[in-house]
Design a protein around this ligand. Structure first.
Ligand code: SAM
Length: 280
């Protein structure tokens, strides 16, 4: 038996699976969990791979750490989405973070991930009970939250792809709200899809972000479970160079996939896509 996620043009990512553990439909989406043969458990939402437990750090580390290490003092961090708990786990590795808020629209993802995925180091359960000192959970729409809350050093969007509840998270209006909600200096980072298979979505989001932020950067990383390389976009408010990170802080983190050496190679893109992005 296998689980296959089909991307455009018949490109697929497949895992051999031993069994299906769960399938539930929430108010927003279909949530499935499988036991794979070689990559631990797989979480899928609406048929798309969100993570495999043996390999998820190849996504969560490059999503979180470059932004937190490029910011001189990331005390207040907002995570939008991220219901599996991997992103908030990586955020809290940073001692400088005093307060982290996670806004996830679908409580069922959190409950299922905390019981059946378990990459969150017990955080989700604590956050559900409001017992986590540095991290607070809000069940709600990140789009609405960002209109009403401000004062963040770093905003991280760890969302599903730009369809359904996540569609607005890639709009110019949302980027404007994010810019307003950032302190100066501030960094906004979002996952931005498969470099080869969602190129139009990537260039579209990059173009809209350029209208809003003072500087925009793109980077990519090979992520286990996704049609890699996977793209990430960064919007900066103020005078901050995202290409420079605090190497001392980075070395203290002792990560598995990302380190200062990888930061240097983060910004490579296939030539024709790089040229397209530079034209925008
Ligand atoms: N790493 C994953 C990926 O790129 O495939 C994303 C993981 S995380 C499970 C994605 C979460 O974003 C989902 O749990 C979904 O409910 C949440 N989400 C989607 N739209 C949202 C919104 N507007 N506000 C808050 N959370 C949202």
């Amino acid at each position: 038996m296998e689980f296959i996620e089909w991307y455009p043009k018949g490109y697929g990512v497949a895992f051999k699976v031993k069994r299906k553990i769960l399938e539930k439909r929430s108010e927003y989406q279909k949530i499935e969990i499988y036991e794979t043969e070689g990559f631990g458990r797989l979480l899928a939402i609406d048929g798309t791979v969100q993570l495999v437990t043996k390999g998820e750090k190849s996504y969560h580390e490059p999503l979180v750490h470059p932004a937190l290490l490029a910011h001189p003092n990331p005390e207040k961090v907002l995570v939008i989405g991220g219901g599996d708990g991997g992103t908030i786990r990586e955020v809290l590795r940073h001692k400088k973070v005093k307060e982290a808020i996670m806004v996830e629209i679908d409580k069922m993802v959190i409950e299922i991930a905390s019981e059946f995925i378990g990459i969150d180091e017990g955080l989700l359960r604590k956050m559900l009970k409001n017992e986590c000192k540095r991290a607070k959970l809000i069940i709600g729409d990140g789009v609405k939250f960002l209109k009403e809350n401000k004062g963040f050093d770093v905003i991280i969007v760890d969302s599903t792809d730009p369809v359904g509840p996540a569609e607005m998270l890639f709009s110019e209006e949302f980027y404007r709200d994010a810019y307003e909600a950032l302190k100066n200096p501030g960094i906004y980072v979002t996952q931005a899809g498969s470099v080869y298979l969602f190129t139009d979505e990537l260039t579209g989001a990059y173009k809209r972000m350029k209208k809003v932020f003072d500087r925009v950067y793109y980077y990519s990383f090979p992520v286990i479970g996704y049609a890699s390389p996977w793209a990430f976009l960064v919007g900066v408010k103020g005078e901050l160079d995202f290409k420079k990170i605090d190497v001392k802080r980075a070395e203290q983190l002792k990560l598995e996939y990302y380190d200062p050496k990888n930061h240097e190679t983060l910004f490579q893109m296939p030539k024709y896509i790089r040229e397209e992005l530079q034209r925008l």
